[in-house]
Each structure stands twice: as C-alpha cells, then as structure tokens.
Design a protein around this ligand. Structure first.
Ligand SMILES: Nc1nc2c(ncn2[C@@H]2O[C@H](COP(=O)(O)OP(=O)(O)OP(=O)(O)O)[C@@H](O)[C@H]2O)c(=O)[nH]1
Ligand SMILES: [Zn+2]
Length: 226
C-alpha cells in the first residue's frame, strides 16, 4: 500500500501545488478497497440506525454495503492513483498548431461539503506544442478527477495541471459549468443557478484567444457542428 502512496506522489500529484491537491491523509491507501468497504459499511449502518431505520428490513439490509461499495469503487474511485487513466500522447507529426477543442464533456462529481452530486460539463481547449493527446484521454482525465469529493475550483485546476503535465504546454483552457445539488435540493434550494469556473494559462491569457474559444464553443452549442 505504501507503493500506492509513492505512486501518488511520484506520478500522481507531486507536481500539484498544495492548494490544488486533494487533501488526503498520509495513510490514505494503507487499507485495501475491501477493508475500506467493510469499515464504511459499519459506519453507514450506524448512521442509518441513528436515523431510526430498521436494518432488518429486506430492502434496507444491503444498503450499508451498497453505499460503501459505491463510495470506494464508483463515486470516489478517482481518489486512488491506481485508477488514474493511462494517457496516450503522440508526436504532433501533422504540425497542427491551432486550437483543439473538446466540448460538452459530461461528468458527475460530488461536492466535498455535503457529499451531494455535482453534475456538469467541461469544455477544454489546448494549442499543441510538440505533442497531441488521444481525444478520449481528455474525457478520461475529467472523469478521474470528478470521481472525488470536490470543490469545482479545484476540479478545474487539477484537470488543467494534469493536461499541462501531459502536453508539456501551458496553452490550455478548462471551463466547467456545473449544478450543485447542495444548492438546489437543500439549503438555499435554488434549482436554476449554475456555477462556471475557468482555469487557463499560456496563450489563453490573451483575451482574443479566449474570445475565439468561446465563439467556437457557441458554434458547437448551436448545433452548427454535430
Ligand atoms: N466555492 C465553492 N463552494 C462550494 C462548492 N460546493 C459547495 N459549496 C459551498 O460550500 C458552502 C458551505 O457552507 P456552510 O455554511 O459551511 O454550509 P451550509 O450551512 O450547508 O450552507 P448552505 O448551503 O448555505 O445552507 C456552501 O455555501 C456551498 O454552496 C464548490 O464547488 N465551490
Ligand atoms: Zn455542497
């Protein structure tokens, strides 16, 4: 398990600044997934019991284990560097030097303050330097970092920094728009508001580049590109 933590530090997020890194304990990977599922099942059963639910009921009996498995293997599987996608990078043989946009990348993350869903879309562009990335890997990177308890600002930055590392360029923009269920289904109960974050660097520091990016995004959104 120490190997996993070492992997996390070596190829995982060692290059991330402290405020971009997901706050993890040093012993985050000292237990196996199965050990975590067993422990979380017991904790979740205790929560259900405190709520007064009858755990001998047929339908409720399996819930603690289901929730534990869902946390470890599904919703929060992106905490574990063993689940990090393999990223294929190719030489930019065709000498493509213009903007490449991957838009409408759907994800569902979870807010770390309430553990409620945060469904959203990411729109990402980069200007290739010497390397190009397999398109699906952009979606996979988004999914990986979304499958953690998150705040949207950090999610944007983690995706940006992962791409920067992979592509060897800062000429990247990551725009995310998401709904926060913690804002819609509880608390202030606003169903319509959404949150947009932008992380960009390099050539996207130029206002005109960002303008071009948003213009092309609108083209796609208006179904001129299907
Ligand atoms: N900046 C940021 N805040 C978030 C994100 N997700 C949820 N939040 C906010 O985190 C805040 C937590 O505030 P608290 O006052 O501690 O929690 P609360 O009492 O449940 O707050 P209310 O939601 O206003 O009822 C809330 O304002 C949430 O809307 C996020 O991705 N980024
Ligand atoms: Zn929340």
């Amino acid at each position: 398990m120490e190997d996993l933590l070492a992997a996390y530090e070596a190829e995982g997020e060692a290059h991330f600044s402290a405020n971009t890194q997901t706050p993890l304990r040093a012993d985050a990977f000292s237990k196996t997934d199965e050990e975590k599922i067993t422990a979380i099942s017991l904790h979740f059963a205790a929560i259900m019991e405190e709520l007064g639910l009858d755990l001998t009921d047929d339908s409720l009996r399996g819930t603690p284990h289901r929730v534990a498995k869902m946390y470890v293997k599904e919703l929060f599987s992106g905490l574990n560097p063993a689940n990090k996608p393999r990223i294929s990078i190719f030489e930019n043989k065709y000498g493509y030097r213009d903007m490449l946009i991957e838009q409408d990348i759907e994800f569902i993350s979870a807010c770390e303050h309430h553990f409620l869903p945060m469904p959203g879309k990411a729109h990402i562009a980069y200007i290739p330097n010497g390397k190009v990335i397999g398109l699906s890997k952009i979606n996979r990177i988004v999914k990986y970092y979304a499958k953690r308890p998150q705040v949207q600002e950090r999610l944007s930055k983690q995706i940006y920094q992962e791409l920067q590392e992979a592509l060897g360029t800062a000429d990247i923009i990551v725009v995310i728009t998401a709904h926060h269920m913690c804002v819609s289904m509880r608390g202030v109960e606003d169903q319509s508001s959404k949150t947009t974050t932008l992380s960009y660097g390099g050539k996207f520091e130029e206002k005109d580049r960002r303008k071009e990016f948003f213009q092309v995004l609108n083209l796609g959104t208006n179904r001129m590109v299907k």
